[in-house]
Design a protein around this ligand. Structure first.
Ligand SMILES: NC(=O)c1ccc[n+]([C@@H]2O[C@H](COP(=O)([O-])OP(=O)(O)OC[C@H]3O[C@@H](n4cnc5c(N)ncnc54)[C@H](OP(=O)(O)O)[C@@H]3O)[C@@H](O)[C@H]2O)c1
Length: 352
């Protein structure tokens, strides 16, 4: 029987202690978690909107790329960055829908311009063409596009399992191809949209493409989202270039992402009722709430200079060892610097 996916829930309240340089957080379920840095918190609640987290920020003259910016939380990310004055490029697999959204969002009062360009993350030729076509600095790169729970094991033309190719490798190829343009910006930010699903699956270096183990669509999604967090941790090597990179879980938002999840699975998850209506849950977010953590990391002065971390609900998430717990947090398998460097080398070799 298929393993059911995680469901992200907001659990217990936490008590916070500051002990000299060591930061500890206590919850009755998890005991103490210890950080090597002070966990970053912001005043924004879990359901803050993009407008709230970006209020007062002026992005005039900044240039942003949002992959998958033509649907779901990507649209709201583009909308918020453009409304703050940024010049935004929607990098879309389907250029027609990209241009349609760009026309809708372009030219609002006080807004930066919005345009669309073709990018298929599952085609490394397309990623290379996008990067070669880019002129000038990139201030903000939001690696937002993604797919989830593709029912059968599918490979790209280059032989990559589709979740890994789309959610991780295409974004790794894009970020590394744009490294010079990110560096040229002086203080660029890379924002990588991961998922709470990263907690379900460490990166399997022995069999990342499911060649020997049975294919499981949730494990494939979870592994690709772990790789996304590891991409942010690995990119700490770019700190000297003024480039920061952070990953995030946007929460649970009803979008096209669920296109491969059938009604029976959605019912088993408690997401819909027998008639197919969404069952409201306190942890559900509207798209412009789901995009808020991306926008916070892309633009807020509160995260200036912060790199290699994982956020959810507009806060840095605490590390968790026990990933059977579904109350959130950053799995330590996704935060380990040595694993991040190993994956960086693995992906770099794959691209050669
Ligand atoms: N919604 C949630 O509850 C949730 C929870 C956790 C994480 N996330 C993450 O949030 C991100 C945005 O998802 P969403 O909920 O906004 O879903 P969505 O509406 O399906 O948006 C995903 C976007 O990715 C694009 N995309 C897919 N494959 C691509 C490819 N090969 N090349 C370029 N673009 C591609 C899609 O383009 P097409 O329209 O052409 O397919 C779409 O624009 C994803 O990374 C997802 O994993 C979402």
């Amino acid at each position: 029987m298929e393993q059911l996916p995680w469901i992200f829930r907001h659990g217990s309240s936490a008590t916070v202690f500051l002990c000299s340089k060591e930061y500890r957080e206590f919850s009755p379920e998890k005991g103490f978690a210890v950080y090597d840095h002070q966990r970053l918190t912001t005043p924004f609640p879990s359901h803050a909107t993009t407008g709230e987290v970006i209020e007062g920020v002026d992005l005039t003259g900044r240039r942003a790329i949002v992959t998958g910016g033509a649907s779901g939380i990507g649209v709201e990310t583009v909308r918020a960055l453009a409304a703050a004055g940024a010049e935004v490029t929607i990098a879309a697999r389907n250029p027609v829908s990209g241009q349609q959204v760009a026309r809708e969002l372009d030219g609002g009062p006080g807004s930066g311009s919005v345009r669309a360009a073709a990018l298929d993350l599952a085609d490394l030729g397309s990623v290379g063409a996008f990067a070669r076509g880019w002129q000038g600095p990139v201030d903000i790169l939001v690696a937002n596009a993604g797919i989830m729970a593709v029912p059968d094991r599918r490979l790209t033309a280059e032989g990559w399992e589709l979740h890994l190719a789309t959610n991780y490798l295409g974004h790794f190829a894009l970020a590394t191809a744009l490294h010079a343009q990110l560096r040229a910006a002086g203080s660029a930010r890379v924002v990588i949209v991961s998922s709470g699903a990263h907690r379900t699956a460490p990166f399997d270096f022995e069999d990342p493409q499911f060649e020997r183990r049975p294919y499981d669509r949730w494990t494939a999604y979870g592994q690709s989202k772990t790789a996304d967090v590891l991409l942010a941790v690995g990119a700490r090597r770019w700190a000297g270039d003024g480039i920061t990179a952070n990953a995030l879980n946007p929460g649970w938002i009803s979008t096209n992402l669920q296109r491969h999840v059938d009604d029976a699975t959605m019912r088993a998850m408690g997401a819909i009722d027998v008639e197919g209506n969404i069952i409201p849950q306190p942890y559900y977010k509207e798209p412009d709430q789901g995009a808020a953590t991306s926008v916070l990391l892309a633009a807020s002065p509160l995260v200036e200079g912060v790199t290699g971390r994982y956020f959810e609900d507009n806060q840095e998430a605490p590390p968790v060892e026990d990933t059977r717990d579904d109350s959130g947090g950053a799995a330590t398998h996704a935060l380990d610097p040595a694993t991040a460097d190993r994956l960086w080398d693995y992906a770099s070799a794959a691209l050669r």
